[in-house]
Design a protein around this ligand. Structure first.
Ligand SMILES: C[S@@+](CC[C@H](N)C(=O)[O-])C[C@H]1O[C@@H](n2cnc3c(N)ncnc32)[C@H](O)[C@@H]1O
Length: 277
């Protein structure tokens, strides 16, 4: 059998070239574990997405993602030192700073970090190598914030290692807050996202690749995310030695000034609050 990668349009199979959406490919995708599915590349690494992200504020679904965070953070988090893992162009780091945190943003994308520094020259934004947080002291932070980062990270073992290393940077009793996509975000239409051209998303298993278009930015190229189901998140927390304290799934409200599509009945986001015991 030839090479197989979900990044590629074609698959070689017994010398035949199969279209990626043919029934055999859909079957393959449903049956293959993600780790075998080829190398995943960070969809946010590049100047086009960095430019788009630098212009993104909190429209539509992003409003919903961040809406309840000030209250959630106030309820759970004590202390002011925060690490923003996967800071992108700095939107989430600036959000933390607006709540009074001394926030450090880290990312593996040089373009994203460059944009973050351009937008907020006084902010602390740092490029990190994948999984290497050695520039930080253990127990240095009260809050580890990860907004839409873990739904970009493939491979369960890899996620556990990463979260464990990041957890080492939290003080005892410190909290990690993960804001991520629910599986449902990849199956329905939203004010900020469309998946209608990717019905195969419904076949993806936890840890598999899915495509989604962000309609709030000019760049309509889909990003390839990793769909992770709740069970795998919970497994990851246990294996990373972090205790799940609370889970939130914010829903849109009908009196909000947004043209909600499914947001009032299906939650596009999940917020996990974890504590370092
Ligand atoms: C969807 S963006 C979110 C950016 C930001 N948190 C926000 O809310 O605007 C996800 C970011 O995670 C970063 N990322 C993905 N994998 C990463 C990894 N292994 N380590 C650090 N950052 C990563 C990407 O480069 C991207 O900037």
């Amino acid at each position: 059998m030839g090479t197989y990668s979900l990044q590629e349009i074609h698959v070689e199979h017994n010398n035949a070239i199969l279209q990626r959406d043919s029934p055999i490919i859909l079957l393959f995708r449903a049956l293959m574990p993600s780790a075998m599915a080829g190398k995943f590349t960070n969809a946010y690494d590049g100047s086009i997405k960095a430019e788009a992200y630098s212009k993104l504020t909190f429209p539509n679904c992003y409003y919903l993602a961040y809406r309840d965070l000030p209250e959630i953070i106030q309820k759970h988090v004590r202390g002011k030192e925060a690490l923003d893992f996967g800071c992108g162009a700095g939107r989430s780091t600036r959000f933390l700073a607006s709540l009074g945190f001394n926030a450090v943003g880290i990312d593996i994308s040089p373009e994203m970090v460059r944009k973050a520094k351009d937008l907020d020259p006084k902010g602390d934004y740092r490029l990190v190598k994948d999984g290497d947080y050695s520039q930080f002291q253990p127990s240095a932070f009260d809050l580890l914030f990860c907004a839409f980062t873990f739904d970009n990270i493939p491979n369960h073992g890899n996620r556990v290692r990463m979260l464990k290393s990041l957890g080492d940077l939290l003080r005892k009793g410190g909290h990690a807050i993960l804001l991520d996509s629910t599986p449902e975000i990849y199956w329905h239409e939203w004010t900020s996202f469309s998946n209608k051209d990717y019905p195969e998303n419904r076949l993806a298993k936890s840890g598999g690749e899915v495509k989604i278009v962000t309609t709030d930015i000019e760049d309509r190229e889909p990003v390839v995310d990793i769909i992770w189901f709740d069970d795998d998140y919970r497994k990851m927390f246990t294996e990373a030695n972090l205790k799940l304290v609370e889970t939130y799934k914010p829903l849109g409200k009908i009196d909000e000034p947004y043209q909600w599509i499914n947001e009032t009945k299906i939650p596009p986001w999940v917020i996990y609050v974890l504590m370092k015991p």
